[in-house]
Write a protein that binds this ligand. Structure first.
Ligand code: ASP
Ligand code: MG
Length: 441
């Protein structure tokens, strides 16, 4: 059995879904279970209408809801089930506008509609295309805790429930689940890959295929520079590192359940199904190039924190991290000196509160519009001279933080957002002028 996950852009139109149907058909003998994201930008649109609703503008929220309904009906399917789903959504929006308050639980209730719709519509389309497809509501199968908007899976219960899947090619929505008590939850934005991985792990899948709109992992982030080469094979450790540092092809947590079960993950392109994609394996992949890929994370904020006492008092780091923990803001990169600590965050919603808490015991200054560049490759740990080549290459950019060591698979540094593109171009030219044909294409 294999899990095939299709992202929002792979199911953004009727033609796209038909393409998906034919891809699934060509894998029929491997017993696929299909996981789909919400169509196109549906999740964003749902969250937008919820925000409008809680401001009390219920008419505007219902208008947006009507627009989304029209989008689904004209592009995909008009029937009583779709009708009923949108009925429930509009009632929920009216409820939110009366309450005037949005809790994480209600965010999940609203954002779950995207995958409920897409999984139902895709199932029906598969049936119309002659596939023996059956819909399974993920909320009956994927059990999570109640940490709404960021729920964690309960593998034992999920595994048990998945024993009772219907026959045929099962289609499930990604991203959504429910607590053991049946309250709808979501796994976090972009969580459909995670769903695919959880389901694959719990069903002992032989492979997890993540179908996207790129040819797999490339040697450079295509959003930053064009012309990257396809990486044919990469290790789990390297892929996880890339994912953490923003390679948009894969959700970081995806790899975790799969690694633990030794299930290979393939990244494939639904627009070019003939392209072999990138295979992520549990073992390391030997390679003549020092670096396998350059990942970037843009729009990050650096926070420089200085102890107000001259020397770093004992307990200083603990206090700093307690502040970020308290505000549930994750820190990506950290560098320290005797009296100061710099760290990066990408979610700045709680930044004002974080700064004010930090300033009770330290000086804290944020700097926005920064970018992390991350060179990833298992050879980085054993090849001397990588850092000097890297820093020699990006000579023009001012490097603000440097980090290597933690995993030894990466060398990361922070530059100003405006210097990113030029820096990545030079690094790519430096590290990929010749390619190991066994690993790159
Ligand atoms: N639809 C959800 C989102 O946009 C989950 C996903 O696409 O993976 O975040
Ligand atoms: Mg998506």
């Amino acid at each position: 059995m294999i899990v095939m996950k299709f992202g929002g852009s792979s199911v953004e139109s009727a033609e796209a879904i038909d393409r998906v149907a034919s891809i699934v058909r060509s894998h029929r003998d491997r017993h696929p279970l299909v996981v789909v994201s919400a169509m196109g930008k549906t999740t964003n649109r749902l969250l937008e209408m919820a925000e409008v609703a809680v401001k009390g503008e219920s008419r505007e929220a219902l208008r947006l809801c009507g627009e989304l309904k029209t989008f689904h009906e004209t592009n995909f399917r008009k029937d009583s089930v779709v009708d009923e789903i949108f009925d429930r959504l509009s009632k929920l929006l009216e409820g939110l506008s009366i309450l005037g308050e949005m809790t994480p639980r209600s965010i999940d209730a609203v954002s779950s509609f995207g995958e409920s719709l897409s999984s139902y519509i895709v199932t029906q389309r598969f049936v119309d295309c002659g596939l023996n497809a059956a819909h399974a509501d993920s909320r009956h199968f994927v059990v999570t805790d109640d940490r709404h908007t960021q729920a964690n899976p309960d593998y034992t219960r999920t595994r048990e429930r998945l024993q009772r899947l219907p026959d045929g090619i099962v289609v499930m929505g990604g991203f959504i689940g429910s607590t053991a008590e049946g309250v709808t939850t979501t796994l976090g934005r972009g969580g459909s890959d995670f769903s695919a991985s959880i389901i694959g792990a719990c069903c002992d899948a032989e492979e997890i295929q993540i179908w996207t709109d790129v040819d797999g992992i490339l040697t450079a982030d295509p959003r930053v520079i064009p012309g990257g080469h396809r990486v044919k094979e990469i290790s789990f450790a390297e892929a996880a590192e890339l994912a953490y540092f923003g390679a948009k092809v894969l959700h970081p947590s995806t790899v975790v359940p799969a690694i633990q079960k030794n299930i290979p993950v393939l990244i494939l392109n639904s627009r070019r199904p003939e392209s072999p994609g990138t295979r992520i394996r549990s073992e390391s992949v030997s390679c003549a190039n020092a670096v396998k890929s350059i990942a970037c994370k843009t729009n990050i904020t650096v926070v420089d924190i200085r102890s107000t006492r001259m020397l770093m008092a004992h307990g200083f780091l603990r206090r700093i991290f307690e502040v970020f923990d308290h505000h549930r803001t994750s820190v990506d990169m950290v560098t320290t000196s005797e009296v100061s600590v710099s760290l990066t965050i990408d979610n700045t919603t709680r930044l004002p509160a974080i700064l004010s808490d930090l300033r009770e015991f330290a000086e804290a200054e944020p700097a926005g519009d920064q970018a992390i560049i991350c060179l990833v490759g298992e050879n980085i740990r054993s090849t001397p001279g990588i850092a000097s080549r890297a820093f020699g290459t990006v000579g023009g950019a001012n490097i603000r933080m440097i980090s290597q060591g933690a995993s030894r698979l990466n060398l990361s540094f922070v530059v100003a957002g405006k210097d990113l593109r030029a820096a990545v171009e030079s690094l790519h030219a430096e590290f990929f002028s010749t390619l190991d044909p066994a690993v790159f294409e």
